[in-house]
Structures are given as C-alpha cells and as structure tokens.
Design a protein around this ligand. Structure first.
Ligand code: PMP
Length: 382
C-alpha cells in the first residue's frame, strides 16, 4: 500500500471520548456532560488584546520560546504556587499544554524507556508515550484513595524501575486533587527510585478546597520535574491554543529543539491574549471558578439524592460517579439513547476507571438541572 501509516501510529486506538461525541452529534436535544471544555468565553479584555494585536498587524512569528513579555508574566504568575522559573531559559510557550506534553515525551523518552502513567488520566499521555517509542506502565489509582496517587500504587505497578512518571492533579477525569503531604510521599518515592516527573497542572486554578500545590515546589523535585500549564481551562481559551512548560534549562532547551522545527512559535494572537489574561483577568478566573464550584456542589448533591456513589471531587470541572449499572459503557450508551444525556465511560481514561462515568460540569446550571432530572428518570423510572 502507498502512504501506509507507520506501525507506531496505526497501533494507537482512536480516543474513547470522540466516539461519544460522534454519537451525540447525530442526535437532537442532547445535553452533553461529555466535553472537557469551559462553557464560558475567554475574558473580554483578553479577546480585545487579541483583536488589537490583529488590528495593529502583529501577525508575524514570535521568538521560538514565546514573547518575552508573556514568559515574564508566566514566571511572575506561578510564584503564587511557590514556583521560581527564569523566563529566559526555563519557560517555553507552546500551542496548548498538549504541545508541551508531546514535546516533553519527545525530548525525554528514548525508545524502550518506561513511562509510568497514573490513571485514570487525560487521554493524551499513553499515545504520546507510544509516539515517542517509550513503553507505558499503567499505574491505577483507587477510589478508596480518592484517586490520589500513592507510593503503594506506584510500587504495586512496579514503577520503581520507571524512567518517568506522568500525572495530572487536579485530575481529569476524576476531579481529584492532591495535598502537600500526599505529594511529598510521591516525591519521596521519585527521589528514592530516581524517577523524573511530568506534572500536568492545567487545572491548578480550578481548585475548590485548599490551595493548589505543585510537586516541583517540594525538596529535591524542581530539578527532576517538568510542569505543564496553560490558558485553556482557567481562562476559557481552549481554541486559542496556548500553554507552557516550565523545567530546568537543559530540558527546556531540548524541548525547544523539537518545538523550533515543528511549531516555530505558539500562535501570536493567542500570546497577546495570554499576556492580558495573566495581568488583568484574575477576577474573571475567580468568577468562573466560583460558578464551577456552585455547579460541583449541585451535581454532587443530586447524585447523593439519587443514591449514586460519587467521591467528592475537589478540582477541575469533572465528577466521577460510580456507574449505577454493571457496565459503564453500556450505561452511557443507553442513557444517551433514552434521555439524550452524554457522559463518558471511565474506561476511556485508562486503568482504575472501570465502573465509573465522567460527567463534566462545564455546562450552565439550567442544563445541569435538566441533565440531572433526566438521569434520575433513567436510573429510577416512576
Ligand atoms: N491536560 C489535561 C489534563 C487536559 O484535560 C487537557 C484538555 N482537555 C489538556 C492537557 C490539553 O489542554 P490544551 O488545550 O492546553 O492543549
């Protein structure tokens, strides 16, 4: 066959989330709790900064690493989490956190290296490891631990021999967060077994109880950690494609080596929006966060009323209830067909997620109300 896809690509299955979107798209009147995307628009002044940049004709590439002003704004902003990075050498602006994650795998993983992936997790890590020729080691987390990553889970999976560990907290799909002492236990494991860490903190601003803590802040971890973050979630800027990575100089240089050939620079218009977002949109972030928090409380209380078990998610904009039926995939399909409510079966997010469903509450309260009424009708027909 001509133009035959490489085995590396052909072997990666399509995303389990997409299939549900496609089903839902074919139907009318669907309330989707399936998408991991804010229902808000980006703050107005950030949009205006993008418009102004366009009006001024600022349509050229930027520096490979991103506009200096933006890197400075990022470095200043992350001090909120006790992170200190040099904007010149330790920050790389990317086309979404997605690009940063891909670059880190390509820059750090040699064929045959083992990457421990804490699961359930965002869908891009396992394929990203495969694209870079590494081997994935599944590390399931447990609902009994409120989906926190623990040294026991790492040991049970054999992660002592891993080269890298990747995880995200606040977590997609569970909504779990990790506190300082839980992270300190993971950090101790990583130092003891010489495991480096890729920490996806894209939901750091969407934390509802306690403050976000980055593992990179903990003793001896900065030098072995790459932190990812971005503008998609906190600033509702998914379509602008803007994210960043922070790491020691040599790692950022290696990632930039790939980035400068594959991307050149993150979207210029988005970078203008990003500068404004960090400098002047804190109140907008806080307003969105408090809306999400209201919705989170609403959904959790409705689940409780319905007798659906759900651990108390404390971050991101997802809840991860136990599926009332035996087969979550079947349940999600039947729910969609009978009541036009889309949720994603946990199995789309890897190991440790069996018997769960992911529901996103990045949807207006009215729609959430209707979705919960329909779910109730479905689980306990009159
Ligand atoms: N990491 C996690 C945990 C996510 O949920 C997402 C988006 N769903 C991303 C990364 C990708 O974000 P971006 O839009 O910045 O590429």
């Amino acid at each position: 066959m001509t133009l035959e896809p490489s085995g590396r690509v052909a072997d990666v299955p399509p995303s389990g989330i997409r299939r549900f979107f496609e089903l839902a798209e074919e139907m009318d009147d669907v309330i989707s709790l399936g998408v991991g995307e804010p229902d808000f628009s980006a703050p107005w002044s950030a949009r205006e900064a993008a418009i102004t940049a366009l009006e001024r004709g600022q349509t050229a590439y930027t520096a490979n690493r991103g506009k200096r002003e933006l890197r400075e704004a990022i470095a200043a902003d992350v001090r909120r989490w006790n992170l200190e990075y040099d904007p010149d050498s330790e920050v790389l602006v990317t086309a979404g956190a997605s690009e940063a994650i891909d670059l880190a795998f390509r820059a750090l993983v040699d064929p045959g290296d083992t990457v421990a992936v804490a699961q359930p997790c965002y869908v891009s890590y396992t394929p990203g490891v495969a694209f870079s020729g590494g081997e994935v080691l599944d590390v399931p987390t447990r609902v009994e631990d409120e989906f926190a990553l623990t040294p026991e889970a790492l040991r049970a999976a054999g992660a002592e021999s891993a080269d890298l560990l990747v995880y995200c907290y606040p977590n997609n799909p569970t909504g779990a967060t990790m506190d300082r002492s839980e992270l300190a236990d993971v950090a101790a494991f990583c130092r003891e077994h010489d495991v480096d860490v890729l920490s996806d903190e894209i939901y750091a601003d969407l934390t509802y109880e306690g403050d976000h803590v980055s593992i990179a802040e903990l003793d001896g971890m900065r030098e072995r950690t790459v932190v990812f973050n971005g503008f998609s979630k906190a600033y509702a800027m998914t379509g602008l494609r803007l994210g960043y990575a922070m790491a020691p100089e040599e790692v950022i240089a290696a990632m930039n080596r790939v980035h400068q050939y594959t991307m050149l620079s993150a979207p210029t218009t988005a970078q203008h929006a990003g500068i404004e977002a960090i400098r002047n949109c804190r109140e907008d972030v806080e307003a969105m966060r408090s809306q999400y928090d209201r919705r989170r409380n609403f959904v959790l209380s409705r689940f409780e009323e319905m007798g659906i078990d759900c651990f108390e998610a404390t971050g991101a904009f997802y809840v991860f209830p136990e599926c009332p039926g035996d087969d979550a995939e079947r349940f999600a399909e039947d729910l969609l067909e009978a009541e036009s409510v889309a949720m994603v079966p946990g199995t789309a997010f890897g190991a440790g997620a069996e018997g769960h469903l992911r529901a996103s509450y990045a949807t207006g309260l009215e729609e959430l109300r209707e979705a919960m009424d329909r779910l109730e009708r479905f689980v306990s027909p009159a």
